[in-house]
Design a protein around this ligand. Structure first.
Ligand code: GLN
Length: 278
């Protein structure tokens, strides 16, 4: 059966409607991928009839989207901070809400000629790469415990021609006794018991990138408590965490003798961002 781009998009949107809140967008990204074109091509040529292979490609991706597999894994990339990043099931899919972490760090380091930054748990490398792109003078080291994730992060650094030092490490373990001006992390912070973990696309993502234990505070606690031994005087820590973890994160930072503690973004159930200085 030959169908036009417009008809294929309508069909795919209807299929995906029940389990994706972005069914139309998902359909456009999947069809554009099968046609090896961008989304605006679809809107410009709605009457064009894709080849049988291209139509089969779309049907297969819609079937996998319904499993559900995240769109980013199906097409192999995701945009973050206007950069197209290779994204595989070995990494968390970069979230648009994490762009605030990059904005905040860039503001903190603005005007500084040399600054040493450590990103913990880099995944696709999204945060480290966006920082390096916009603050080329910064020295950025980024860790991940997963060798597979680091391979993706390295491929992204290569793709965007950005120099980052990648270190396979369980949080700070392999960073030795080096000191940094700023530590940034979007760690796993969802409680292992949170039903949210079994919703939507989350079951397809690496569990260790989403949750570090029963309370969801385990990784945050470790990162905060060990930060003091890895920060230069007056160094910053900038962390993403859950919307309901503000008081716990503030208490952890106070106990670790951080000051100037501030939490950004206090609406809806969007993740919060807390920064502090030692
Ligand atoms: N913010 C992500 C979500 O809510 C989780 C990311 C994380 O655990 N670091 O889906």
């Amino acid at each position: 059966m030959s169908e036009s781009i417009k008809q294929l998009l309508e069909w795919a949107t209807e299929q995906l409607y029940s389990n994706s809140c972005s069914a139309r967008l998902d359909s456009e990204i999947l069809l554009a991928h099968c046609l090896d074109k961008n989304r605006s091509y679809l809107l410009t040529w709605p009457e064009q009839i894709p080849t049988i292979e291209q139509q089969e490609c779309l049907r297969e991706l819609v079937r996998r989207r319904l499993q559900p597999q995240p769109v980013a894994y199906l097409v192999g990339h995701r945009e973050f901070y206007s950069m197209q990043l290779i994204t595989t099931p070995a990494t968390l899919v970069p979230r648009p809400e994490t762009e605030l972490l990059v904005d905040t760090v860039l503001e903190l380091i603005e005007g500084r000629s040399s600054v040493d930054i450590l990103e913990l748990g880099t995944g696709t490398g999204a945060i480290a790469l966006a920082l390096k792109k916009h603050a080329p003078a910064a020295q950025i080291s980024a860790t991940d415990i997963s060798a597979e994730a680091l391979a993706v992060a390295r491929a992204n650094a290569h793709k965007h021609q950005l120099e980052i030092e990648f270190i396979q490490s369980d949080w700070y373990r392999q960073t030795e006794s080096r000191l940094f001006d700023l530590i940034v992390s979007n760690p796993p912070y969802i409680a292992a018991t949170d039903p949210y973990l079994s919703q939507g696309d989350l079951p397809a993502e690496p569990r260790q990138a989403l949750s570090s234990g029963e309370t969801g505070l385990e990784a945050l606690e470790l990162i905060i408590n060990d930060a003091t031994g890895h920060l230069k005087p007056a160094g910053w820590i900038v962390l993403e965490h859950g919307y309901d973890q503000q008081s716990s994160v503030t208490a952890l930072l106070q106990d670790a003798h951080f000051k100037d503690i501030r939490t950004l973004r206090d609406f809806n159930h969007l993740p919060r961002l807390t920064l502090a200085r030692i």
